[in-house]
Design a protein around this ligand. Structure first.
Ligand code: AGP
Length: 643
């Protein structure tokens, strides 16, 4: 998410920056901006919306019909060094003010940033105490002012000092009026690449921004720092010691480079899940000694458990929410599947009645509202017409609304009472993957917090679940590292026209999402069944042409699953099982399954976050093997903004 470009050379910087940003548009964004070091000093121009809005703004100002060196030469935007950014909003909604670059109070230091600063609230208060007045809602403006605070004549040292105080993740590119010949770039958990052209040096958040200038790029590693000059780049480690780096030759063409070397956005987004899950979880978990959060009665949305706490303070969640008599969850498609899992999670962790509905049904029913109901509305885009209609209906009925969404400033985010962002980054493929698993992360956090506040989760269990949640990103990575196994299986099964997923409890909910993936991108007739329902009808469909994928992670129901699998196997179906690795109990499925996919052990209630990943990969590979485009399935739109 977000695109970064920096340029120092001999050409006018603005056209280079705009073209670089254009190459990064695929990453998704909601506003754009550039900062140039020119004759009058630092000049910043920003615009909400498409990159062309920024371009038009600059064209009007410089009097040119195109953005050329000629039209820029006599304008304040003339300069051969600058930084540019396409922003995907995190802190603060999309607007000209919140767009990057962000500038410090002196107007001398400009910063573009990709990532999330977790301790921004504390740093903001600290800077306000020292007289800093903020103009935006961004965490990035804090970074610009921290660098400014630490600046004692050496920009590199000031960046090092400021970065040393940040928690979270970042890719930062910094310029300063007082240091007019170099750009500083530093990263943690967000990519930055650098390239050297003839008399010019560039930095970008991805290779496409550099390809016009060079195919030899340097990948910056975590905590490394790059200092860009016109004719060379210096690299340092986080202690400020000089290091040598080797270039990598880029073979990909521009289109492949946009996808980070993956064949499709969907595969890229499937692989982004470990990082997305970390981004979703980490800002919401604090250790007891981290300070800054009250621990009594959950008044600040945080609860002590001797070791770790869930903190939902950031979203304004307080104990009053947990006094609800009933939770209602409404959403569409994949987000509704997250809601079904949410229902099970709430019942399990918080012992509170939950209704879950597809928004398209809910909005035309005659639902009964009670004053103490709360609504959780889930939507990746925050713009789905049915979902918004359901939210407005619930609001009218007097319910309080928590939104779980991926898009800052979306209609859902603006109209809900509380918003919990999934921080998954832009999801471009129509079939949702990382948005789904991060929605699950969010709903589990809310359910656990409800449990704590209602006294149904004790500190020991909370700690156990937090540890399990924290292990999930690495476990997801492990599943992804075994993707060839799933690819091989897909090569045997991709022509199947009848694929049923079945499971019980959380596995049934995971089956719903797994079946939808196959429908969406393979056009396969796939269905999900609660395994216990088979004998009430669906088993009549099963024959030798059927593939049944049994998701088996609910340990207490293994006997029941074994029996259901035996029944479909007896009707000639091929059987694949997704179950735990290193688990003596799950060994029983070896005997009856034609194929097994083992996933790392987590708590039974958290299993869908992991068990859906093999199903996502299976659908992806089947789609490719069928010669389809998994990113753009027929008849489907990414965001359904009309009924
Ligand atoms: C998911 O793969 C689908 N593209 C679709 O079901 C989607 O989840 C649904 O349209 C809801 O979208 P939203 O999350 O943006 O509201």
């Amino acid at each position: 998410m977000c695109g970064i470009v920096g340029y120092v050379g001999n050409e006018e910087a603005v056209p280079v920056l705009i073209e670089g940003l254009r190459k990064l548009e695929y990453r998704g964004y909601d506003s754009a901006g550039v900062a140039v070091l020119g004759k009058p000093g630092l000049v910043v121009r920003k615009a909400k919306g498409a990159l062309k809005n920024l371009e038009e703004k600059i064209k009007v100002e410089t009097g040119g019909s195109t953005l050329t060196a000629g039209s820029l030469a006599n304008s304040v935007l003339s300069g051969t060094m600058g930084i540019g950014h396409t922003r995907w909003a995190t802190h603060g909604e999309p607007s000209d003010t919140n767009a990057h670059p962000q500038v410090d109070v002196s107007g001398k230091i400009a910063v573009v940033h990709n990532g999330i600063i977790e301790n921004y609230a504390r740093l903001r208060d600290w800077l306000i105490e020292r007289g800093v007045q903020f103009t935006s809602e961004t965490d990035t403006e804090i970074i610009a002012n921290l660098i400014s605070y630490h600046y004692k004549g050496d920009l590199l040292q000031a960046v090092l000092d400021a970065v040393g105080r940040l928690d979270g993740s970042w890719a930062l590119v910094v310029i300063s009026v007082d240091d007019p010949d170099r750009i500083i770039a530093v990263r943690k958990e967000n990519p930055l690449v650098l390239g050297q052209g003839a008399g010019e040096t560039l930095v970008g958040s991805d290779v496409p921004a550099l390809l016009e200038y060079t195919r030899e790029v340097y990948y910056l590693e975590d905590r490394e720092i790059a200092v860009l000059y016109r004719d060379h780049v210096d690299f340092y480690n986080d202690e400020g010691k000089s290091i040598q780096k080797k270039t990598t030759h880029i073979e990909w063409d521009a289109a492949a480079a946009e996808k980070g070397g993956y064949e499709h956005f969907m595969l890229k987004e499937i692989h982004e899940q470990p990082k997305a899950l970390t981004d979703t979880l980490r800002p919401r978990i604090i250790t007891a000694d981290a300070g800054g959060v009250n621990d009594t009665a959950g008044n600040k949305g945080a609860v002590t458990n001797n070791a770790k706490k869930i903190s939902l303070e950031e979203i304004g969640f307080d104990a009053s929410w947990a006094q609800a008599n009933r939770v209602m969850i409404t959403a569409c498609g994949t987000a509704w599947h997250a809601g079904v899992i949410g229902k099970y999670a709430f019942e399990h962790f918080a012992r509170i009645p939950v209704d879950v509905d597809t928004a398209s049904e809910f909005r035309y029913r005659d639902p009964i509202f009670n004053p103490k109901d709360i609504f959780i509305i889930i939507s990746q885009s925050g713009e789905t017409a049915d979902t918004l209609a359901a939210m407005r209906m619930a609001k009218k009925g007097g319910a309080r609304i928590i939104a779980i969404t991926n898009v800052v400033g979306s209609t859902l985010a603006r109209e809900a009472d509380l918003v919990m962002y999934t921080w998954a980054g832009p999801e471009i493929a129509v079939a949702s993957t990382k948005a789904f698993t991060t929605q699950l992360m969010c709903i589990n956090l809310i359910a656990l917090q409800f449990g704590v506040l209602r006294g149904t989760i004790d500190p020991v269990h909370l700690n156990k679940y937090i540890n399990a949640l924290e292990a999930i990103p690495a476990q997801a990575e492990k599943i992804l590292s075994g993707k060839e196994n799933i690819q091989r299986f897909a090569s045997l099964q991709f022509n199947k026209n009848k694929v049923f997923f079945m499971g019980r409890l959380f596995d049934y909910a995971a089956s719903l999402e797994s079946a939808l993936k196959l429908k969406e991108i393979c056009y396969t007739h796939s269905e999900a069944f609660a395994a216990g329902e088979l004998k009430h009808g669906p088993i009549a469909l099963v024959d030798t042409s059927t593939l049944v994928v049994a998701i088996c992670t609910q340990t207490k129901l293994f006997d029941k699953m074994e029996s259901s699998i035996t029944q479909v196997k007896a009707r000639g179906a091929s059987i694949a099982v997704i179950t735990w690795e290193d688990d003596a109990e799950s060994g029983r499925f070896d005997r009856i399954a034609d194929e097994k996919f083992r996933i790392p052990r987590t708590e039974d209630a958290l299993s869908p976050i992991l068990s859906v990943i093999p199903a996502q990969l299976f659908a992806y590979y089947c789609s490719v093997l069928r010669g389809l485009d998994p990113d753009k399935p027929r008849n489907l739109a990414k965001s359904v903004t009309v009924e």
